[in-house]
Every structure is written in C-alpha cells, then in structure tokens.
Design a binder for this molecule. Structure first.
Ligand code: SF4
Length: 379
C-alpha cells in the first residue's frame, strides 16, 4: 500500500500542562524559526525518501501548532505545499489551543488548506482547567470557537477529558452540556492517564492527587457515550465521536494500521514494514535537519507477526472492529487462524463479538478495552 498520509509535529507550547508527557517545550520565536528551517529540509528529504501518492490526509500536531505567530503559521502550511502534492479533497487538520488563535492566524491556516481544527478544550470548568495547568479558561474556548467559525472552519473537533482530579459525574455533565451547546462536528473524549515524568505522576505518588474512584470513571465514560451519541455524534472509535461526514480520516489511518510519513522532532512514522522515530531533542533536531540529514534516531523492522498484532490492537479501537476481509487483504492470513486463542477467550468472556463480518468489542468490552488489546500481544 502506497503511503498518502503525513504527520507533522510542532513541539512548542505556551506552558507545560501538569499531566502532559507529549514531546512539547516552552521556547522562543527565534528557536521556532530555526525549527521551521529544519522542518523545511526534513520535509524535502521525507518527500524524496518514500514512493508516495498525493496526500489524502495531513495532521499538524503538537505541542500547539497555533503557538506560531501569523508569519510562522503561514510558513508552516506553505512548507507542506512546497514539498508535497495534496489529493483533491484531502483532509488537512491542525491542533490548536484555545487562546492561541486570532482571526488572522486562522485565516492564514484556512488559506493554506487546513480544513479541520482540533481544539484542546479538555473541560469547561475553570477550576479544573487551573488544576490541569491549562492556560485557557472557558471564555477563551468560546472566543476561539467563534473565531474559528468566522474564519470558515466547518469541521472542528473539541477534546474533552474525564477522570480528572476533583471531577464528579455531575461536573463532567456540565462540561458536556457546554460542549454540546457549541455543536462541534467531532469530539475526542479521553480519560486522564497519569504518565511517568509528569507533575501529576509525582503528586499522585505522594498522595496529593485525588482522582475519582473507578466506579465514577466508568459512569463518566458511560455518560460521555450516552450524551454524545444522543446529540447525533456517532461513536466510531472508543474515544471518538463524529457527526456524519466528519470522522477523522487521518486518525483512521492509524487505527487501520495503514502507512504514514512523519516529520518534526519526536515524530513517529510507519512506511512499508518500517517504523521510525525522530530526534526528540529540539536543538539536536534543528542541528541535524539544517545539516541536511534526516533526524531519525530509531528504525525498527516490524515482523509480520507484530504487524498482525498491531492490526488487531489498533483496529479493535474502532467500533466497526476488524473485518476478516481487511485482515486477509493486508496480511494474506485468516484472522481466526492467527488469533483463535484470544478471540475465543474474550468472546466467551463477553468482551468481543464475533460474527460473519469480523470481530469487535462488545459494549462491556469498551470498558475493558486495554485488557482485550493486551491479549493480542504474543507471549
Ligand atoms: S497544550 Fe497539549 S501538548 Fe501542550 S503541554 Fe498541554 S497537553 Fe501538552
């Protein structure tokens, strides 16, 4: 399968949220300019390295791509067009944080072909936003939302988090109500994971971070599913909901275990049977790319067995699950021959549905998805 997707990482944020373990740093406009110089060189090298089709999907992720000023934003999108041709109707997404956009910047992104925005809202509860270390408040969400619509964005995702410190099912519902009042085309709703190396991890270990009990988290996930689906957002992945025609095509590439190129510091790409990881350190990334080298620090050949496991682990995130035909087309093997053990075990436990089309999570399986995914890992 020829690659036609590209991820571009922008590793800068205005400050670091307390729960965040993404590759993102607080930096200066000067470093950001040099980063864009490096990205220019890297995109040229990436485009020349792979036999690719015109791009169907592009994702500017971060970090906070909208941390760039208007001139830098214009350059960011122009680099894409300088090095790649886009297919007609390509989906071009950019992450954005509330409070980091103005009309001019949004129009520059729009004019540069970005047609889908993803705002990291997380909550409409100002106290909770402070506890998360987010810089924006609820009013900033409303202002940014208005500006995005004014700039002509008709496909907007809002990220929502649950299972947050001090959050109750009732306060989550207040945030969901506020979110639904805006009428986003897409919602990504994730429960908080306390990641090693973050302030939350330290506070949690010291007993200073009080998270909702597990039964509340289960109720929160159920509430998210009920309310979003009730509002006409189809649940198409265990954490993602979309109005008709607004599923994230780029993220579906990941979940279908299809190839994608990647550029930017710390970015991961997967082309052919090779996964690669770029230099995480921004100064080293800048030095390597401006020296005319690709900044790849790790490559891994993925064996056929691991590729099949990835197809199951990622594909089961989708509500449609993994179809026998898709598995056979991709791997030349029968899914039920390769994974009879875990499929039959989790079917018997009521966590997987197995029918004539393929295999997918049951309603109960959605709550225990990580346990099911782990069963597909060899050994
Ligand atoms: S805005 Fe996103 S990437 Fe940046 S620090 Fe916060 S969670 Fe991390």
């Amino acid at each position: 399968m020829r690659v036609s997707s590209l991820y571009i990482h922008i590793p800068f944020c205005a400050s670091k949220c307390y729960y965040c373990d993404f590759n993102s740093y607080v930096s200066t406009p000067d470093v950001m300019d040099r980063y864009l110089d490096g990205l220019d060189r890297e995109l040229e090298l990436v485009a020349a390295s792979y036999d690719h089709d015109p791009l169907q999907t592009v994702f500017f992720g971060g970090g906070t791509p909208t941390i760039f000023n208007t001139r830098q934003s214009e350059r960011m999108v122009s680099l894409l067009h300088k090095h790649f041709r886009l297919a007609d109707g390509a989906e071009v997404s950019s992450e954005a944080n509330p409070g980091t956009v103005d009309l001019e910047k949004l129009q520059v992104l729009r004019d540069g072909g970005v047609n889908r925005l993803s705002f990291g809202v997380q909550s409409f509860d100002n106290d909770l936003l402070v506890k998360l270390g987010r810089l924006h408040d609820r009013d900033a969400v409303y202002r940014s939302w208005e500006l995005a619509r004014q700039a002509g964005f008709g496909s907007i995702n809002l990220d929502l988090m649950f299972g947050l410190p001090g959050q109750s099912v009732e306060t989550l519902e207040t945030s969901i109500n506020a979110l639904l009042d805006l009428g986003p085309e897409h919602v990504s709703a994730y429960s908080l994971k306390v990641e090693e190396g973050t302030p939350f991890y330290t506070w949690h270990n010291r007993g200073q971070l009080i998270l909702p009990p597990e039964e509340d988290e289960v109720r929160m996930y159920q509430l998210v599913m009920d309310r979003l689906q009730g509002a006409g957002c189809e649940m198409y992945e265990i954490s993602n909901f979309a109005k008709p025609g607004h599923r994230s095509r780029h993220n579906q590439v990941y979940w279908r275990n299809e190839p994608y190129m990647a550029a930017g510091s710390g970015a991961h790409g997967y082309v052919g049977s090779t996964r690669y990881i770029n230099q995480k350190d921004v100064p080293l990334y800048i030095e390597t790319t401006n020296g005319g080298q690709r900044p790849v620090t790790e490559t891994e050949e993925i064996s056929e067995q691991y590729q099949m496991e990835d197809t199951m682990m990622l594909g089961l995130r989708l509500i449609e699950g993994v179809g026998y035909d898709r598995f056979r087309d991709k791997h030349g093997r029968e899914m039920l021959d390769v994974f009879a053990g875990p499929i039959r075990k989790y079917e018997a436990l009521g966590l997987l549905t197995v029918d004539e089309v393929g295999v997918r999570l049951t309603e109960r399986g959605k709550f225990l998805a990580n346990e099911v995914f782990a069963a597909f890992l060899e050994g």
